[in-house]
Design a protein. Sequence first.
Lengths: 377, 227
Amino acid sequence: MSLDIAIRHGLGDFEVDAAFNVDEPGITALFGPSGAGKSTIIAAMAGLVRPDSGHVRIDGETLFDSASGTHVAAERRQIGYVFQESRLFPHMDVRRNLTFGARRAGDRIAAIAFDPLVDLLGISHLLKRKPVNLSGGERQRVALGRAVLAAPRLLLLDEPLAALDQARRQEIMSMLEQLRDVAGIPMVYVSHALDEVTRLADHMVVLDHGTVAASDTVYAITSRIDLFPLTGRFEAGSVLPGQIVEHDVKHHLSAVAISGGRLWVPRIDRPQGAQVRIRVRARDVMLATVPPADISANNIVAGTISAIRRDDGAYLDVRIACGTDHLVARITHRSLARLGLAEGQPVHAVIKSVTVERDGGRGSGHTSAPDQKRVSR
Amino acid sequence: MTDAEIEALMLSLRIALVAVAGALPFAVIIAWLLARTRFPGRVLLDGLVHLPLVLPPVVMGYLLLVSLGTNAPVGSWLLETFGIRFVFSWTGAALASAIVSFPFQVRAIRLAMEAIDPGLDAAARTLGAGPLDRFLSITLPLAMPGIIAGAITAFAASLGEFGAIITFVSNIPGETRTLPLAIYTAIQSPGGEAAAARLAGLAIALALAGLILSEAAARRVRSLSGS
């Protein structure tokens, strides 16, 4: 899938002026705070908003171009849309809601058939119900199924989990991962929640006040400390690709190789060799100038300081190059001065906690619910 | 009840039914235009639709007479081209009733349509539904409680129409003498008090039945539409 988006659209005293390109399949996240212009951009991609100027090209097909006056109607774009507030049709039962788009899809066949999809989403027992009798999580699952069954070439999700509690969010994120793996539908996922984005997205477009602040892979974006004010201070941390290389059955641990070393994490229920994605929060990384001995932390990785981002207040962020990837550590100004840390200096990163986000292998065919575990010691 | 009274009742029901059924499609379209679209002349259309509500019915009847009478341009054209004659005919009574009760239909349907979340329309678009498809599959079913309520209110208003009918199509027994006209005639005739009372009772019963029916229908549709 390829996205070529350039949108300029005024909304009162606020203007969206955003352009980005994505040339990979999988899930692209539009990430940014509320009011950054995320929803305007996907509404323009779907054809629900006609931008003042710019273009929308998907897989080389021009759906909107102000220069040539092209504007394909939303109903002919074959772009699925899952809204934050589900927007199920209240006068139809769940089954008729689900098949609404499918009945209008003509010859196109959805990437996943009705029965397996309904099973995947866990809504087979709800088919005769009216939307008014569904919970918030059930409604979003039906809305997701309805969009997928319309056989879209691209699925847009506008903060689909924003109105749900943590348990429901985890549940639906896992379903989205399965959909991505089973049905292979490219998705654009709008969110202001970093945990959703780092778990689901392959590509990230960071938006700020209507403009694109950065557009790159999740691994590259999350390790850029210059973006930390946008990617969230408390939750900020780098996401790294890894591979399971060993299981320590006795201690219930698994070893994950990253480009700069290996990390021990709580046992991951996946075979040796499986690709995983891990996240290390900046506040869970300590730095040492000599390899620490007699320390409880299992995970110590050697690297080189590649950047330091000073900040007001007690803390600053340090970016450490480890192999081909990067870790980020949040330490105090005092520690920096005490250790005399500077760019280019070799350090040892002591990692207190690692989150296993998901299986990192796109198209690996793996469909079981992924782990999300965190180790602290 | 006398044959003439039953005749007046049946005639009233027929005229009201034809008036409402004939006006309903137009009411739905105009309500949709007013609720969901913006176009130049929208305010004018809104005013025109509501005119019968504020105009004295007699004036309405007079306007119909001078435009659709057999000697009037439109009326004579209709007579010559299609053989349609409205004056002194029950169809004319139905037309007058339809126009006078039209605002009730439009109002109820428009309110129902305005209450529909426009987001549903956007969702239907992303699922491949074109404009007519969305109107038939989303707007119309969701506006159904309003359509039914509007139709029943308009039916009741048609049953009660007096001024426009007597001015436009006169008071002809068996042709244009509806219930209100029959009551009026009975009151005007010596010894007609008993007949007037019977007819008035009938009118009250009809009105109450209409109200109850309207409530029940709206409730049934609401439960079907799940809102």
